[in-house]
Design a binder for this molecule. Structure first.
Ligand code: IMP
Ligand code: MG
Length: 185
């Protein structure tokens, strides 16, 4: 495989390259800048998977924004969603009256984000929008509006650019399909 990291040997193939990601993140930044003109949103990173996307996207945003972090667990070390959502780390600040932009790595069943969205609206956020790097529309189990999405992908388990399998592969600069031999014993 055309890459320098040894962990690329565990991929079936690269699905989205770092160059494609960089171009989309720039384009998304421009859309968000236009949509949030005159506003000062709280941009919330959903830990840990969104960290790299978040760091790249933030640097495209020409807005007087705040950042905050939230951690949710729903997966354990398997590749299939449990559907059970648990708040592991809450925001540091109140979002009452604020425009919130939630930044996530991937929307799969949609359970995690629909929980987060309703929780933030319940706390009095003026608006809650979602920005995701990846979307697997074929796996959606709840009705969820995703305002900003970079890439629709097929129903495959992917890693890299923040996304993990059992906490590994987050550091890969590209997004790739994990070879099933890694998780089928
Ligand atoms: P949802 O609640 O089913 O939408 O699950 C969303 C979460 O599941 C994401 O934030 C990821 O942490 C995880 N996830 C879903 N699909 C993948 C994948 O293909 N690779 C890595 N993590 C994934
Ligand atoms: Mg996640």
């Amino acid at each position: 495989m055309n890459n320098e990291f040894k962990q690329y040997q565990d991929l079936e193939r690269v699905l989205v390259t770092r160059e494609e990601i960089a171009a989309k993140v720039k384009e998304l930044g421009r859309r968000i800048n236009a949509d949030y003109q005159g506003k000062s949103p709280v941009v919330v990173c959903i830990l840990k998977g969104a960290v790299i996307f978040f760091a790249d996207l933030l640097r495209e945003l020409d807005l007087p924004l705040d950042i905050d972090f939230m951690a949710i667990s729903s997966y354990g070390s398997s590749t299939k969603s449990t559907g059970v959502v648990k708040l592991v780390k809450d925001l540091d600040r109140d979002v009452n009256g604020r425009d919130v932009l939630v930044v996530e790595d991937i929307v799969d069943s949609g359970m995690t984000l629909s929980y987060i969205k309703s929780e933030l609206l319940h706390r009095g956020a003026s608006s809650v929008r979602i920005a995701t790097l990846l979307d697997k529309p074929a796996r959606r189990r709840v009705n969820l509006e995703v305002e900003y999405s970079c890439f629709n992908i097929p129903d495959a388990f992917v890693v890299g650019y923040g996304l993990d399998y059992d906490e590994k592969y987050r550091n890969l600069p590209d997004v790739g399909i994990l070879h099933p031999r890694i998780y089928t014993k």
